[in-house]
Design a protein around this ligand. Structure first.
Ligand code: UDP
Ligand code: MG
Length: 303
């Protein structure tokens, strides 16, 4: 059986349509399936819509979070709940072309354990957004040793890969990168990102920045190494400045250096503060790890 995991946050207008489109497609090909909607604490009628979809279609199931825990949490909840031999994760807004599920399924039947959806084009995005996305993916790609530039959450995973992912206890699990990190026999399917059917993107700039910082720090400690690097640069700089100051002192022209002192002071101060901030961020992650809170809380399930 194929499980289709659909994280949904304030998607009331799309639940019915998405369920019909995907279920129709899979029924047409005689592929046994379940559609697992994960309501990520929506404030609109998404949960009611999921229940309605369930009444209409036996293969629909739903779970509902007690509040908004974010898309990553929704994906992991879906992986934890699904019963299929393989699972596809797909957006609720039909931006990931559902027909591609068939292609992914065929590849799974050929023996591939992970089929990644890779974007041909990133769809309509502003220049600044493209730039930020590129910088983010470059950093993560280097850290993880996987090319992530056109990666997405649209993926098919075999049961083996699902279990491997579920065994990871890290709190800020970054699905897109972890699902490549686990290895297994993988292949790719390319697709074009479509326009969102109805509604608008659920990501504000603030949410995207938070997402980037969380995932960078959960995948790489490179920022901490930058701190060390900055420290070394500062040390060399201060050696040079120190020698210069001493020479000046012995030549009897000491007072002038005031400007330098101020600049150095500010520079050191700022580097120290940035460094402390970065270190603090990792410590807060360790703290969150020790607290051992669940990634999400399920409040309801469809009957
Ligand atoms: N989503 C979610 N929780 C959130 C934000 C988004 O489950 O906190 C879901 C959303 O319902 C959709 C998918 O994640 O199915 C992608 O969201 P969206 O289309 O807003 O993102 P974009 O396509 O603009 O990257
Ligand atoms: Mg979308």
């Amino acid at each position: 059986m194929l499980s289709v995991i659909i994280p949904s946050f304030n998607e009331e207008q799309l639940i019915m349509k998405t369920a019909e489109v995907i279920s129709g497609l899979l029924k047409g090909q005689d592929i046994g399936h379940e559609l697992l909607f994960v309501n990520d604490g929506s404030s609109d009628k998404t949960w009611e819509e999921i229940q309605k979809a369930r009444e209409k279609n036996e293969s629909v199931r739903g779970i509902s979070f007690s509040r908004n825990f974010g898309k990553e949490a929704a994906i992991f909840a879906g992986l934890g709940e699904c019963k299929g031999d393989c699972a596809v994760v797909i957006d609720c807004d039909l931006q990931h072309p559902p027909e591609k599920i068939l292609e992914m399924y065929a590849l799974w039947q050929e023996g591939y354990e992970i089929v990644e959806g890779v974007k041909n084009s990133r769809g309509k995005e502003s220049g600044a957004h493209k730039f930020a996305a590129k910088a983010f993916y470059n950093l993560i790609s280097n850290a993880a040793g996987i090319d992530m530039e056109n990666a997405s959450d649209f993926k098919l995973l075999d049961r083996k890969a699902i279990n491997a992912l579920l065994n990871m206890t890290e709190k800020d699990a970054f699905f897109r990168a972890l699902s490549s990190w686990v290895g297994f026999k993988s292949t790719q399917v390319t697709y074009d990102v479509r326009e969102r059917e109805i509604g608008q993107t659920k990501w504000s700039t603030k949410a995207l920045i938070r997402y980037a910082v969380t995932n960078i720090t959960s995948f790489t400690s490179l920022p901490l190494q930058i701190v060390t690097f900055l420290g070394v640069v500062m040390f060399i700089f201060s050696l040079v400045m120190g020698i210069d100051a001493l020479v000046n002192y012995f030549c009897g022209r000491a007072v002038e250096g005031f400007t330098t002192v101020i600049i150095l002071q500010c520079f050191t101060g700022s580097v120290l503060m940035i460094s402390l901030g970065i270190i603090g961020y990792y410590i807060s992650k360790i703290y969150a790890g020790i607290q051992d809170r669940p990634r999400y809380i399920i409040s309801e399930r469809t009957k």
